[in-house]
Write a protein that binds this ligand. Structure first.
Ligand code: Q0N
Length: 286
């Protein structure tokens, strides 16, 4: 039995070394809310996110090359090209929410983008904006200005990362909104391959790396329901949980309702029945 080298872990994903050039990215069924991983898993969540990410990778290869080499038959593991990751999170926002809304309310700007006066929470922005953030080892990523980001990666790479991120967001948000899902914002991780080519890594355009909102319930002027996690949030609020770990166990109906939302997002966006993906993950690459 050879040693498996654990390269890194996120709240809900693990990364292992396969060899010098390749990594294995494994998406678990764990779910986090209010920044805490809950003790109850959502069956198939890791498969849904892996399949959706692979679906987008296959459809955005003309915009930017990506790290995906192969999907494993389990549907939750991907073999990836090892990259040298940029030290910034590439965030794009099409709507004013989360830290973007917070920064706008206090300063009128987000990451150096001055925005029109009078925008309400969840407002659609006149144009999507690139709002880079630092990669925090612990706690929250911190929004930084374009100049700070350019200092971290160099002006030329910064400009290419911005152009790629905006193009990916525009493509995906147009596609998703036509299928009833608003992508309020999203985070990309870009890195350099062995040839120095800027390449899309991590998972992309999933509900864990983005804010998905149901388009038919969109009502600017307050916070929006989450496409995927709203049942979980509502349960946690009603349970009176103080948002400190450990989080509450989820009841069966919340687990099933949440699983159904993930599967629905997969099917709406990909147009592929989830059972077909489970039977043969490569269907999302066609
Ligand atoms: C890498 N992270 C981010 C997954 C995400 N292809 C790659 N090459 C080199 N490094 C990385 C990737 C990718 N993807 C990405 N860390 C390393 C955070 N991780 C945390 C664990 O789960």
């Amino acid at each position: 039995m050879s040693e498996v080298i654990h390269v890194g872990s996120g709240k809900v994903r693990e990364l292992y070394a396969l060899d010098d050039e390749r990594l294995l990215l494994v998406a678990s069924d764990r779910i986090s809310t209010f920044d805490v991983v809950l003790p109850t898993e959502i069956p198939d969540k890791g498969r849904v996110l892996t399949g959706l990410s692979a679906f987008w990778f296959a459809r955005t290869r003309d915009i930017v090359p990506n790290h995906l080499l192969a999907l494993r038959p389990d549907g939750r593991s991907t073999e990836c090209r090892r990259l040298e990751m940029l030290p910034i999170e590439c965030v794009v926002r099409g709507y004013l929410s989360g830290s973007g809304w917070k920064d706008y309310r206090t300063t009128g700007a987000v990451c150096g983008h001055t925005l029109p006066d009078g925008l309400v929470e969840s407002a659609r922005l006149p144009e999507p904006i690139f709002t880079p953030a630092t990669k925090a080892q612990e706690g929250h990523d911190e929004n930084i200005t374009r100049d700070q980001a350019a200092q971290l990666v160099g002006r030329e790479l910064f400009e290419e990362a911005e152009r790629i991120s905006l193009a990916l967001y525009r493509h995906a948000s147009d596609y998703a909104s036509a299928r009833g899902i608003l992508i309020a914002d999203t985070k990309f991780e870009l890195g350099l391959d062995a040839d120095g080519t800027l390449t899309l890594g991590d998972e992309a355009l999933t509900p864990d790396s983005s804010r998905f909102w149901p388009a038919d319930e969109y009502a600017p002027g307050g916070s929006q329901p989450s496409y995927d996690k709203q049942f979980v949030r509502d349960f946690c609020e009603a349970a009176g949980w103080d948002k400190e770990p450990p989080g509450p166990e989820l009841p069966e109906e919340v687990v099933h309702g949440t699983r159904a939302r993930y599967v629905e997002a997969f099917e709406r966006l990909s147009g592929i029945p989830f059972a077909e993906y489970v039977a043969d993950p490569d269907v999302v690459l066609a």
